[in-house]
Design a protein around this ligand. Structure first.
Ligand SMILES: [Zn+2]
Length: 704
């Protein structure tokens, strides 16, 4: 409120006043004022709010007062509140309800915000004050959360080179600029190679085995390219079904080799040199900042902490999962031999025979399950789970403004009827919404001083989940078939809802440590752990009834769902471990001696290899996760998060999946704590001990 008044006052002295006064994004608001926002409001509002926030920051940086935690660190934390809220509305809508105009605005807004953040991290006067507080932290008597905030702020500057000499700073900037370009080039090369390949098929027999929708899609691609017949590309939606279902082994081989050779051919799109350059520059950057390797730099801000820890985590998992993986592999070999007299099982046979074996074993398909998973029932189910575990109630509130009529809105209250959060749920696909499913927030949770300064107000968060589930069928304005979810969509809903609980139950002082603002390898614990409830009889009994007959899902189907969920888990685990190890090999030590990308990769894969190698393919040259995206020295976190969620759920299983005591502890030490403390400390407080990988191996049926 105070800040908003300041904005109005400031604006009143400006020539553009009328315009600004009419901009709803520059007025104080609690719920996002969707009905009032027009596209033309975003850019002026964000520019204005950046300027206001810069003023706030300058006031802190240029202060003549002795730097204290309160006048520097906490003050900095409290700058830009409205800027954050407006940017989150903008970027949330750019994901969920975008159009050409919004995308154009995004191209203007994004660099403004990047520059703003860079300026902040390069502000030397500000860093000097933060550092002064940081250097005296022992004598400040800060609580854990304050300490974490100080650490996070200081590290933000230091990891960006604030402590370096001018000369070294210049080198760092140069490395950063080169790295940014290299990553871009890496991605462009993979994309170019993906797009350059097409498998043209002119005889329908070549598509034997493919489901009808995959055939239709293949015909569609050919048509779009002005060709007769069918076409398969290296894009996942085209590539994956072909590898899984196509009978023709030679064609599978051709496609698989083309996929594996992306950016590894002697042409202008080769990423071999880029991989070496990226690894070396990352190492150089880390050393400049005082770390032993890029992985040391990255893992400093992860639960795993050190490369040594990650490596022993992966090696330990490998030792335990390898026998199960080998057994599954041998079974698959025997199955392929029996079915089609395959003498040597190759990479391009793996998905095909695995799918066949899975069908033989479980005969479970989506169509059988979908009638038990009507969307409304599943929503009731996930709300019932939240009620049983955490006493939450979800009360629909249609007075809350939405950005699209499909969005559902709720007031979330606790057992004392206190408001916990506002919850938005946006379930169905439409043009303007990107694919996939995600959780996001419109307003962070934080504790702010009351206007009368006599107490603290706990600002409750506004949380949203966005999904792309099948729409109900509507004819003549009447719903003729409801939205029926696949089991995969059911677990997706529980997953995103788990993230949402992390946001909704947040109870911290500072917004930058609140909710899902936690270390990367900890953030998937609440979401993944919640998926476990989907496989339990007790949970399915709450909601999985047939949409026409109201019959409860048959228990033999539940048993099959559970069994098939861990099908080939050993081989899957081995595959994830191999990628994690390759990532650590590239980033865990000095790469300057590496000359051959493929040879280096082969050495790293030696311990996890099941299928014969193909010399014409290479993983690293198209490993976008680690060379283009943000997963460098972070690929292990997929398995890490699974270990956490399996171990956490094992605790629930021991005490009862709706046990109040365990749920309370999970809320008190995990869901409400955000990133206020080291995640391992939080986990141990919840669980009573460190996570044990055996829980994952047991759940996966890899050990007894
Ligand atoms: Zn997630």
């Amino acid at each position: 409120m105070k800040k908003a008044l300041k904005i109005l006052k400031k604006d009143s002295t400006k020539p553009g006043r009328l315009n600004t006064m009419n901009n709803p994004l520059l007025q104080p608001f609690d719920l996002a004022p969707f009905s009032k926002i027009k596209n033309e409001h975003y850019l002026p509002a964000i520019k204005e709010l950046i300027a206001t926030t810069k003023d706030q920051i300058s006031a802190i940086a240029d202060s003549q007062k002795e730097p204290t935690f309160n006048n520097t660190v906490e003050a900095l934390e409290n700058t830009g509140l409205q800027l954050d809220r407006v940017s989150s509305i903008f970027f949330n809508l750019n994901g969920a309800e975008t159009n050409d105009e919004i995308q154009k605005i995004a191209q203007e807004v994004s660099p403004l915000l990047t520059d703003f953040n860079n300026d902040l991290l390069l502000n030397e006067a500000l860093f000097k004050r933060v550092k002064a507080v940081y250097d005296s932290k022992e004598s400040l008597d800060l609580n854990i959360e304050q300490n974490t905030l100080l650490e996070k702020q200081y590290k933000g500057f230091a990891r960006n080179g604030a402590n370096l000499s001018e000369e070294k700073k210049a080198i760092l900037r140069k490395i950063d600029a080169t790295l940014a370009t290299l990553k871009l080039t890496f991605g462009e090369n993979v994309l170019a190679e993906t797009n350059a390949y097409e498998l043209r098929l002119t005889s329908e027999g070549d598509l034997a085995g493919l489901p009808d929708d995959a055939k239709t899609a293949a015909a569609q691609i050919a048509k779009e390219k002005g060709e007769e017949g069918w076409m398969i590309t290296l894009d996942y939606p085209s590539y994956i079904p072909f590898m899984k279902y196509a009978k023709n082994r030679e064609l599978r081989k051709k496609l698989s080799l083309a996929f594996g050779a992306r950016a590894f051919q002697k042409n202008e799109n080769s990423n071999e040199k880029n991989v070496l350059k990226l690894a070396n520059l990352r190492h150089e950057r880390a050393v400049l900042l005082g770390y032993a390797s890029h992985a040391h730099f990255v893992l400093e801000e992860r639960m795993a902490k050190t490369p040594k820890k990650v490596t022993s985590f992966l090696t330990d998992l490998l030792t335990k999962a390898k026998p199960a993986a080998q057994k599954e592999f041998d079974e698959l070999v025997a199955f392929a031999k029996e079915l089609d007299q395959i003498d040597q099982l190759e990479k391009w046979d793996s998905a095909y025979y695995a799918e066949k074996l899975k069908q033989k074993r479980y005969n479970l398909d989506d169509e059988k399950l979908k009638p038990y998973f009507k969307l409304e029932n599943v929503i009731d189910g996930v709300f019932a789970v939240a009620h049983k575990l955490f006493g939450l109630s979800f009360v629909p509130d249609t007075n809350i403004e939405v950005y699209h009529e499909d969005v559902k809105t709720y007031q979330v209250t606790d057992s004392e009827d206190e408001l916990v959060a506002i919850f938005y749920a946006d379930f169905h696909p439409r043009s303007g919404k990107r694919g996939g499913a995600w959780m996001t927030s419109y307003k962070p949770q934080q504790k702010t001083e009351m206007l009368d300064k006599l107490g603290v107000k706990n600002d409750r968060p506004h949380i949203s989940i966005v999904c792309n589930f099948t729409k109900p069928v509507i004819e003549d304005g009447k719903e003729t078939k409801p939205s029926l979810l696949t089991f995969n969509e059911v677990t997706t809903l529980f997953h995103e809802f788990g993230h949402a609980l992390h946001g909704m139950l947040a109870n911290t002082t500072y917004k930058s440590l609140s909710g899902t603002s936690v270390f990367w390898d900890f953030v998937e614990l609440p979401s993944q752990v919640l998926e476990n409830w989907c496989y339990e009889k007790e949970t399915l009994g709450l909601f999985a009834t047939h949409y026409e007959t109201a019959e409860l899902i048959p228990m033999e189907l539940v048993a099959k769902i559970k069994e098939s969920a861990t099908f080939h888990e050993g081989m899957q685990t081995l595959r994830q471990i191999s990628f994690g190890m390759l990532d650590m090999a590239w980033h865990g030590s000095d790469p300057s001696e590496i000359t051959h990308v493929k040879a280096f990769e082969d050495a790293s894969f030696a311990a996890t290899k099941l299928f014969p190698d193909t010399p014409e393919t290479c993983m690293s040259t198209a490993f976008s996760h680690i060379f283009q995206g943000g997963y460098s020295a972070g690929y292990y976190s997929y398995k890490w998060a699974e270990v956490l969620d399996a171990d956490a759920f094992a605790y629930f299983k021991e005490e009862g999946i709706f046990n109040k005591n365990v749920a309370n502890k999970f809320k008190a030490f995990v869901l409400s704590q955000g990133g206020t403390q080291d995640p391992m400390d939080l986990y141990v407080k919840f669980r009573g001990k460190k996570p044990d990988p055996e829980a994952l191996l047991k759940r996966a049926g890899l050990i007894n």
